[in-house]
Design a protein around this ligand. Sequence first.
Ligand SMILES: [Zn+2]
Length: 253
Amino acid sequence: MQRMGHFDLESRKGKAPGGYNCPLAESGAPFIFMNAAGQMDDVTTMVHEGGHAVHSFLAHNLPLSGFKEYPMEIAEVASMAMELFTMDHWDVFFSNEDELKRAKIHQLERAITIFPWIATIDKFQHWVYENPQHNEEERAAAWMNLLDEFKIEALDTSGLEPYRQYGWQRQLHLFEVPFYYIEYGIAQLGAIGLWMQYKQNPAQAIDSYIKALSLGGTRTLPELYEAAGIRFDFSPEYIRGLITFVKEEMEKF
Ligand SMILES: [Zn+2]
Protein backbone atom coordinates (compact mmCIF):
# COMPACT_ATOMS: atom_id res chain seq x y z
CA MET A 1 0.00 0.00 0.00
CA GLN A 2 2.91 2.28 0.83
CA ARG A 3 4.51 1.61 -2.59
CA MET A 4 1.21 2.20 -4.37
CA GLY A 5 0.73 5.54 -2.62
CA HIS A 6 -2.34 4.25 -0.80
CA PHE A 7 -1.68 6.07 2.47
CA ASP A 8 -2.75 9.64 3.14
CA LEU A 9 -1.97 9.84 6.83
CA GLU A 10 -0.69 13.30 7.74
CA SER A 11 -2.93 16.16 8.74
CA ARG A 12 -2.58 19.27 6.59
CA LYS A 13 -4.34 22.55 5.98
CA GLY A 14 -7.58 22.16 4.01
CA LYS A 15 -7.71 18.35 4.38
CA ALA A 16 -11.04 16.81 5.38
CA PRO A 17 -11.20 15.47 8.95
CA GLY A 18 -11.64 11.82 9.91
CA GLY A 19 -10.11 8.47 9.14
CA TYR A 20 -11.24 5.54 7.03
CA ASN A 21 -10.21 2.59 4.90
CA CYS A 22 -11.59 2.66 1.37
CA PRO A 23 -11.64 -0.68 -0.52
CA LEU A 24 -10.77 -0.34 -4.21
CA ALA A 25 -12.57 -2.92 -6.31
CA GLU A 26 -10.13 -3.37 -9.22
CA SER A 27 -6.71 -3.67 -7.59
CA GLY A 28 -8.06 -5.04 -4.32
CA ALA A 29 -5.52 -2.89 -2.47
CA PRO A 30 -7.47 -0.39 -0.33
CA PHE A 31 -6.65 3.21 0.53
CA ILE A 32 -6.20 4.56 4.07
CA PHE A 33 -7.05 8.15 4.84
CA MET A 34 -6.47 9.72 8.25
CA ASN A 35 -5.21 12.81 10.04
CA ALA A 36 -2.16 12.05 12.16
CA ALA A 37 -1.56 14.78 14.73
CA GLY A 38 1.29 13.40 16.85
CA GLN A 39 -1.05 11.74 19.36
CA MET A 40 -1.80 8.27 20.63
CA ASP A 41 -4.91 8.23 18.44
CA ASP A 42 -2.60 8.18 15.39
CA VAL A 43 -1.50 4.68 16.42
CA THR A 44 -4.93 3.32 17.23
CA THR A 45 -6.49 4.84 14.10
CA MET A 46 -3.72 3.44 11.90
CA VAL A 47 -3.99 -0.10 13.26
CA HIS A 48 -7.80 0.12 13.31
CA GLU A 49 -7.93 1.12 9.64
CA GLY A 50 -5.18 -1.45 9.03
CA GLY A 51 -7.59 -4.14 10.27
CA HIS A 52 -10.21 -2.91 7.79
CA ALA A 53 -7.52 -2.96 5.07
CA VAL A 54 -6.61 -6.60 5.81
CA HIS A 55 -10.33 -7.40 5.61
CA SER A 56 -10.50 -5.71 2.16
CA PHE A 57 -7.52 -7.76 0.93
CA LEU A 58 -8.91 -11.04 2.30
CA ALA A 59 -12.38 -10.56 0.80
CA HIS A 60 -11.06 -9.33 -2.55
CA ASN A 61 -10.86 -12.79 -4.13
CA LEU A 62 -14.56 -13.50 -3.65
CA PRO A 63 -16.23 -13.78 -7.07
CA LEU A 64 -19.04 -11.19 -6.67
CA SER A 65 -18.76 -7.57 -5.49
CA GLY A 66 -21.84 -8.13 -3.30
CA PHE A 67 -19.94 -10.81 -1.37
CA LYS A 68 -17.38 -8.18 -0.34
CA GLU A 69 -20.03 -6.13 1.42
CA TYR A 70 -20.02 -7.56 4.90
CA PRO A 71 -22.08 -6.49 7.90
CA MET A 72 -20.64 -3.70 10.01
CA GLU A 73 -20.46 -5.90 13.12
CA ILE A 74 -17.87 -8.19 11.50
CA ALA A 75 -16.08 -5.26 9.81
CA GLU A 76 -15.47 -3.70 13.21
CA VAL A 77 -14.35 -7.05 14.66
CA ALA A 78 -11.57 -6.95 12.02
CA SER A 79 -10.48 -3.45 13.01
CA MET A 80 -11.02 -3.60 16.77
CA ALA A 81 -9.30 -6.99 17.06
CA MET A 82 -6.35 -5.57 15.10
CA GLU A 83 -6.08 -2.75 17.66
CA LEU A 84 -5.74 -5.39 20.40
CA PHE A 85 -3.52 -7.85 18.45
CA THR A 86 -0.97 -5.13 17.67
CA MET A 87 -0.52 -4.01 21.28
CA ASP A 88 2.45 -6.39 21.71
CA HIS A 89 4.26 -4.40 19.00
CA TRP A 90 3.46 -0.86 20.07
CA ASP A 91 7.09 -0.36 21.12
CA VAL A 92 7.59 0.52 17.43
CA PHE A 93 5.69 3.74 18.15
CA PHE A 94 6.45 4.34 21.84
CA SER A 95 10.15 4.33 22.71
CA ASN A 96 9.47 5.46 26.28
CA GLU A 97 8.54 2.51 28.52
CA ASP A 98 6.17 4.55 30.72
CA GLU A 99 4.35 6.01 27.74
CA LEU A 100 4.00 2.55 26.20
CA LYS A 101 2.45 1.26 29.41
CA ARG A 102 0.12 4.26 29.65
CA ALA A 103 -0.99 3.79 26.04
CA LYS A 104 -1.81 0.10 26.59
CA ILE A 105 -3.76 0.77 29.78
CA HIS A 106 -5.66 3.58 28.03
CA GLN A 107 -6.50 1.24 25.14
CA LEU A 108 -7.92 -1.42 27.46
CA GLU A 109 -9.85 1.14 29.49
CA ARG A 110 -11.40 2.34 26.26
CA ALA A 111 -12.27 -1.27 25.29
CA ILE A 112 -14.30 -1.59 28.51
CA THR A 113 -15.78 1.88 29.04
CA ILE A 114 -17.31 1.95 25.57
CA PHE A 115 -19.99 -0.53 26.74
CA PRO A 116 -21.87 1.68 29.24
CA TRP A 117 -21.77 4.53 26.70
CA ILE A 118 -23.19 2.28 23.95
CA ALA A 119 -25.91 1.09 26.34
CA THR A 120 -26.80 4.70 27.23
CA ILE A 121 -26.96 5.83 23.60
CA ASP A 122 -28.94 2.78 22.49
CA LYS A 123 -31.49 3.01 25.28
CA PHE A 124 -31.85 6.77 24.70
CA GLN A 125 -32.63 6.22 21.02
CA HIS A 126 -35.35 3.73 21.92
CA TRP A 127 -36.85 6.27 24.35
CA VAL A 128 -36.76 9.06 21.73
CA TYR A 129 -38.59 6.99 19.11
CA GLU A 130 -41.04 5.45 21.56
CA ASN A 131 -41.99 8.93 22.80
CA PRO A 132 -42.25 11.00 19.62
CA GLN A 133 -44.32 13.77 21.30
CA HIS A 134 -41.75 14.56 24.00
CA ASN A 135 -40.52 18.10 24.65
CA GLU A 136 -37.03 19.37 25.38
CA GLU A 137 -37.32 19.14 29.18
CA GLU A 138 -38.63 15.57 29.04
CA ARG A 139 -35.81 14.61 26.71
CA ALA A 140 -33.20 16.10 29.04
CA ALA A 141 -34.76 14.29 32.01
CA ALA A 142 -34.85 10.96 30.16
CA TRP A 143 -31.19 11.35 29.20
CA MET A 144 -30.15 12.24 32.75
CA ASN A 145 -31.99 9.15 34.08
CA LEU A 146 -30.06 6.97 31.64
CA LEU A 147 -26.74 8.60 32.55
CA ASP A 148 -27.50 7.76 36.18
CA GLU A 149 -28.52 4.20 35.31
CA PHE A 150 -25.16 3.46 33.64
CA LYS A 151 -22.90 5.82 35.58
CA ILE A 152 -19.68 4.92 37.33
CA GLU A 153 -20.11 5.47 41.07
CA ALA A 154 -16.57 6.80 41.44
CA LEU A 155 -17.30 9.78 39.20
CA ASP A 156 -18.51 12.99 40.86
CA THR A 157 -20.39 15.05 38.27
CA SER A 158 -22.16 17.42 40.65
CA GLY A 159 -22.47 20.94 39.26
CA LEU A 160 -22.18 19.74 35.68
CA GLU A 161 -25.92 19.08 35.14
CA PRO A 162 -26.46 21.94 32.65
CA TYR A 163 -23.82 20.40 30.38
CA ARG A 164 -24.54 16.75 31.05
CA GLN A 165 -28.17 17.00 29.93
CA TYR A 166 -27.06 17.75 26.37
CA GLY A 167 -24.27 15.15 26.35
CA TRP A 168 -26.15 12.99 23.82
CA GLN A 169 -25.58 15.69 21.19
CA ARG A 170 -21.94 14.71 20.85
CA GLN A 171 -22.90 11.31 19.38
CA LEU A 172 -23.17 11.92 15.65
CA HIS A 173 -24.95 8.59 15.05
CA LEU A 174 -28.11 9.84 16.74
CA PHE A 175 -28.52 12.42 13.99
CA GLU A 176 -27.21 10.60 10.96
CA VAL A 177 -27.78 6.86 11.42
CA PRO A 178 -30.56 6.16 13.95
CA PHE A 179 -30.23 2.86 15.87
CA TYR A 180 -26.78 2.33 14.43
CA TYR A 181 -24.55 2.23 17.46
CA ILE A 182 -25.12 -1.03 19.30
CA GLU A 183 -23.18 -2.67 16.45
CA TYR A 184 -19.97 -1.31 17.99
CA GLY A 185 -20.75 -3.18 21.18
CA ILE A 186 -21.43 -6.43 19.31
CA ALA A 187 -18.15 -5.97 17.42
CA GLN A 188 -16.12 -5.07 20.52
CA LEU A 189 -17.28 -8.27 22.24
CA GLY A 190 -16.10 -10.21 19.17
CA ALA A 191 -12.78 -8.36 19.16
CA ILE A 192 -12.17 -9.10 22.85
CA GLY A 193 -13.11 -12.75 22.21
CA LEU A 194 -10.52 -12.93 19.45
CA TRP A 195 -7.90 -11.22 21.59
CA MET A 196 -8.53 -13.78 24.35
CA GLN A 197 -7.89 -16.48 21.75
CA TYR A 198 -4.75 -14.58 20.64
CA LYS A 199 -3.36 -14.45 24.19
CA GLN A 200 -3.75 -18.24 24.47
CA ASN A 201 -2.57 -19.17 20.98
CA PRO A 202 -1.52 -16.32 18.65
CA ALA A 203 -1.09 -18.49 15.53
CA GLN A 204 -4.52 -20.05 15.93
CA ALA A 205 -6.17 -16.68 16.54
CA ILE A 206 -4.60 -15.22 13.37
CA ASP A 207 -5.81 -18.30 11.44
CA SER A 208 -9.36 -17.83 12.77
CA TYR A 209 -9.20 -14.13 11.93
CA ILE A 210 -8.12 -14.82 8.35
CA LYS A 211 -10.66 -17.62 7.94
CA ALA A 212 -13.60 -15.50 9.09
CA LEU A 213 -12.66 -12.35 7.20
CA SER A 214 -11.98 -14.24 3.95
CA LEU A 215 -15.68 -15.18 3.91
CA GLY A 216 -16.63 -11.52 3.36
CA GLY A 217 -20.41 -11.23 3.47
CA THR A 218 -21.14 -14.75 2.23
CA ARG A 219 -22.31 -15.98 5.66
CA THR A 220 -24.63 -14.73 8.39
CA LEU A 221 -23.14 -12.85 11.31
CA PRO A 222 -23.36 -15.78 13.79
CA GLU A 223 -21.67 -18.00 11.17
CA LEU A 224 -18.87 -15.46 10.70
CA TYR A 225 -18.33 -15.36 14.48
CA GLU A 226 -18.25 -19.14 14.51
CA ALA A 227 -15.64 -19.16 11.73
CA ALA A 228 -13.55 -16.81 13.90
CA GLY A 229 -13.86 -19.27 16.79
CA ILE A 230 -15.75 -16.76 18.95
CA ARG A 231 -19.18 -16.92 20.54
CA PHE A 232 -22.11 -14.85 19.29
CA ASP A 233 -23.41 -14.52 22.79
CA PHE A 234 -24.77 -11.53 24.74
CA SER A 235 -25.48 -13.24 28.02
CA PRO A 236 -24.32 -11.44 31.19
CA GLU A 237 -22.15 -14.47 32.04
CA TYR A 238 -20.27 -14.42 28.76
CA ILE A 239 -19.80 -10.63 28.80
CA ARG A 240 -18.62 -10.77 32.43
CA GLY A 241 -16.01 -13.37 31.41
CA LEU A 242 -14.67 -11.16 28.62
CA ILE A 243 -14.48 -8.03 30.78
CA THR A 244 -12.81 -9.95 33.63
CA PHE A 245 -10.22 -11.15 31.12
CA VAL A 246 -9.50 -7.54 29.99
CA LYS A 247 -9.21 -6.39 33.62
CA GLU A 248 -6.75 -9.19 34.37
CA GLU A 249 -4.66 -8.26 31.34
CA MET A 250 -4.72 -4.63 32.45
CA GLU A 251 -3.38 -5.57 35.86
CA LYS A 252 -0.33 -7.22 34.21
CA PHE A 253 1.03 -3.87 33.00
ZN1 LIG B 1 -13.87 0.93 11.87
